[in-house]
Ligand binder design. Structure first.
Ligand code: G3H
Ligand code: 13P
Ligand code: ZN
Length: 341
């Protein structure tokens, strides 16, 4: 089946009361890991590429790898999503290339670091929604800012300084018409989220509940949702790595989110850890090896294992065959009817 809109996947997830993981990719092995995990667990798949990923891969390569994925895994409803589009132009270029979903992250200015004004965010996001919906493409917006910078990404804020205000969230969705909304409830990007094991109070789940109560029909998105498992940290450190002690988002908190309107869960760091640990292990144990396949294959397998586990934990496993794809043309007509209704 062709690449499908994210809106369809998330609508189905809402009907079935489950969440869908969105996994970041930069190369062929990561795409293969996700598609293999999706096949094994019979899951719909959201594959996402950041601006950095598009530039690293020369995004046309990435796009064609995704077309290969749809040919090789025809039974898997698959979305190609732009993660953290920093400007209207970035989103439009992704749409022109064939992405079936885009995130306009207008919570930050185009530098991807400076928190923006509400007015800027609404204006930029609305413009993306107009272009995207006319082509049946899904739009994710963000209100409130996530934390995290240690990997050079993000606003350099701590996870709690710009939490989503529920009143603003309601106004933002009303004024932009986004399909999905990323909210800030205390998570941050990267490996260093929390310096001690999170308690039930660490994430601001009461905000999430309030936002879901007031926007029951908007699909909520949790960014910064890697769990940063200790076993993956340990493998890296055992084979010469130097990760500092750190904690991520507990799976139970994500599952609580899924019970309360979270339909898309962004995970990148856990896969980075799995890949790096597997490669370090081969380098340490077989220093005589120099065929890249000798370490890229275990790396791909390690990522597949993490993705398959998350697909099961988020509840999307078993749902790949539930529905037939809706074409982007039909999605565009639906948006049009909704607008004119
Ligand atoms: O949101 C951040 C994702 O982990 C992507 O990171 O911008 O380094 O590709 P990146
Ligand atoms: P992690 O760094 O927690 O994996 O978050 C990824 C993310 O939110 C991508 O947009
Ligand atoms: Zn993110």
């Amino acid at each position: 089946m062709p690449l499908v809109s994210m809106r369809q996947l998330l609508d189905e997830a809402a009907k079935g009361a489950y969440g869908v993981g969105a996994f970041n990719v930069n190369n062929m092995e990561q795409i293969q890991a996700i598609m293999e995990a999706a096949r094994e667990t019979k899951s719909p798949a959201i594959v996402q590429a950041s601006r950095g990923a598009r530039s690293y891969s020369q995004d046309r390569f990435l796009y064609h790898l995704m077309l290969a994925a749809t040919e090789l895994y025809p039974e898997i409803p698959t979305v190609l999503h732009l993660d953290h589009g920093n400007s209207v132009e970035t989103c439009k270029s992704a749409i022109a290339m064939g992405f079936t979903s885009v995130m306009m992250d207008g919570s930050l200015m185009p530098d991807g670091k400076t928190p923006s004004t509400f007015e800027y965010n609404v204006k930029a996001t609305r413009e993306v929604v107009e272009t995207a919906h006319s082509k049946g493409i899904t739009v994710e917006g963000e209100i409130g800012c996530l934390g995290g910078i240690e990997d050079g990404h993000g606003a350099g804020l701590d996870g709690l300084s710009h939490l989503t205000d529920p009143d603003q969230a309601v106004e933002f969705v009303g004024q932009t018409g986004v399909d999905a909304l990323a909210i800030a409830i205390g998570t941050s990007h990267g490996a260093y989220k929390f310096t001690s094991k999170p308690t039930g109070e660490t994430l601001k789940m009461d905000r999430l509940l309030e936002i879901h109560r007031r926007l029951p029909n908007t699909h909520l998105v949790m960014h910064g949702s890697s769990s940063v498992p200790k076993d993956l940290q340990d493998i890296i450190n055992q084979y010469g790595g130097k990760l500092k002690p750190t904690w991520g988002v507990p799976i139970e908190e994500i599952q609580l989110g899924i019970k309360n309107g979270v339909r898309k869960i962004n995970v990148d760091t856990d896969n980075r850890l799995a890949i790096t640990g597997a490669i370090r292990k081969v380098f340490a144990e077989k220093p005589e090896e120099f065929d890249p396949r000798s370490y890229l294959k275990p790396a791909r397998d390690a990522m597949k294992k993490v993705v398959a586990l998350r697909m099961t934990q988020f509840g999307q496993a078993g749902h790949a065959g539930d529905y037939a794809p809706i074409s982007l043309e039909e999605m565009a007509k639906r948006y049009q009817r909704h607008l004119t209704a």
